[in-house]
Design a protein around this ligand. Structure first.
Ligand SMILES: *Cc1c(COP(=O)(O)O)cnc(C)c1O
Length: 387
């Protein structure tokens, strides 16, 4: 049909030749997804991933990333969310309803605690917090209406490593689902499903991206019925991610393990150095003995990555340790982690969990991909600013 220039600006008959092949997955952009004909449109379901219905529910780009992430974690299904926190919220809304009860560790990722408090205040879902070192003792906290136990290994600020197999066994015996925030281990150094978890959540914002340039989360499961429940929440909450963002995450995957191991080696070097410093009272790094749950880390993990915390000797005031943080030049002061750049963040640990054993100021470090000797030199000059 002959059409005007304006219509040709919108419609084109050109189709690129078939047979193009390259390593990267194509970046598909779509809100509208086109159907071949009415019958195909009527037959399509957003629930299955063998076809396409609408950009929000998946494109070849996002399906490919989901499949790759499920594979990395040893799961079968994966749902992408626009941030790690959105992935947490999706699990909460999928599995909890008014009258239910959810258990979270005291050291839980703080926005997840915020979400749980909101569920309690406005949605009639009770939320209770447990000592992350509770292990099998969690049995005593499980009520008939307890539907979900969140775990995090280790806690991403205070670094306690829970006895995950014990928590999962206790939960399983009472028919309660366990979700693991597996962000610290990047899905590489800890296998949540082997530990007995039902749901594994990742903030892909961290190591999988590795670029400090994208926000995304994932929820991974093995059980088809559970995937369907969470998939319903995924659809109802409008959880979609852009092809461009999915591409950015996918681009990080081939180097994920090498980066993680490089972060790990440098972080252990920096932590060992810090441990010998007279200004430091404790190293909260799961591979170090000071860290609660160190034995669980040894048993369950194959590595550690770049994130750990340390506690200053109690003789230093917050004003002094803030001066240390401000004096660092190679460490950015900012939230998040998993990228090439080292980061530092002081945290009020005492406010984060009951029976906190330390008096001194807590500082969390993400050790990036800089030369660790340069990081140590930077910290040496910054420690000089304490006095
Ligand atoms: C960063 C983080 C999240 C949330 O990820 P965002 O993409 O920043 O929302 C969740 N859990 C842990 C442990 C994290 O570190």
């Amino acid at each position: 049909m002959k059409t005007s220039r304006q219509t040709r600006l919108v419609h084109t008959d050109y189709a690129a030749p078939e047979g193009f092949a390259a390593f990267p997955s194509a970046i598909h952009h779509a809100s509208t997804v086109l159907f071949e004909n009415v019958a195909a449109m009527r037959a399509a379901s957003w629930k299955t991933k063998d076809g396409y219905t609408y950009g929000l529910h998946g494109t070849p780009t996002t399906f490919t990333l989901e499949a790759r992430l499920a594979d990395i974690e040893g799961g079968r299904y994966c749902l992408l969310a626009p941030s790690g926190l959105a992935a947490i919220v999706m699990v909460d809304f999928a599995l909890l309803k008014t009258g239910d009860d959810v258990l979270l560790p005291e050291n839980v990722y703080n926005p997840s605690r915020e979400m749980a408090r909101w569920l309690q205040q406005d949605f009639g879902i009770s939320c209770r917090f447990y000592d992350p070192m509770i292990g099998a003792g969690i049995t005593e906290l499980i009520q008939p209406n307890t539907k979900l136990i969140w775990t995090e290994s280790p806690g991403s600020v205070t670094m306690e490593v829970p006895d995950l197999p014990a928590i999962c066994a206790a939960a399983k015996a009472r028919g309660v689902l366990v979700a693991l925030d597996n962000t610290w281990a990047a899905g590489l150094a800890l296998n949540g499903f082997d530990m007995g978890c039902d749901i594994v959540m990742q903030a892909l914002t961290k190591y999988q991206s590795g670029g400090s340039d994208v926000l995304m989360g994932a929820v991974i499961t093995r059980d088809p019925a559970l995937n369907e429940r969470i998939g319903l929440a995924h659809m109802r909450l409008g959880m979609g991610v852009s092809g461009d963002d999915a591409f950015l995450v996918m681009r990080g995957l081939p180097t994920l393990k090498m980066r993680f191991e490089a972060h790990d080696a440098s972080a252990r070097k920096v932590a060992s150095w810090l441990k010998a410093r007279p200004e430091v009272a404790a190293i909260l790094h799961p591979a170090f003995e000071d860290c609660p749950g160190h034995a669980h880390w040894q048993r369950d993990f194959t590595g550690a990555g770049g994130l750990f915390s340390f506690v200053f000797d109690a003789r230093y005031t917050q004003e002094q340790t803030d001066r240390f943080v401000d004096a660092l030049t190679l460490f950015g002061l900012g939230y998040s982690w998993g990228g090439a750049h080292s980061l530092v963040m002081p945290y009020p640990a005492k406010a984060m969990r009951a029976n906190w054993p330390h008096e001194g100021q807590l500082v969390r470090l993400h050790i990036g991909l800089e030369d660790p000797d340069d990081l140590i030199a930077d910290m040496t000059q910054a420690l000089g600013k304490l006095a």
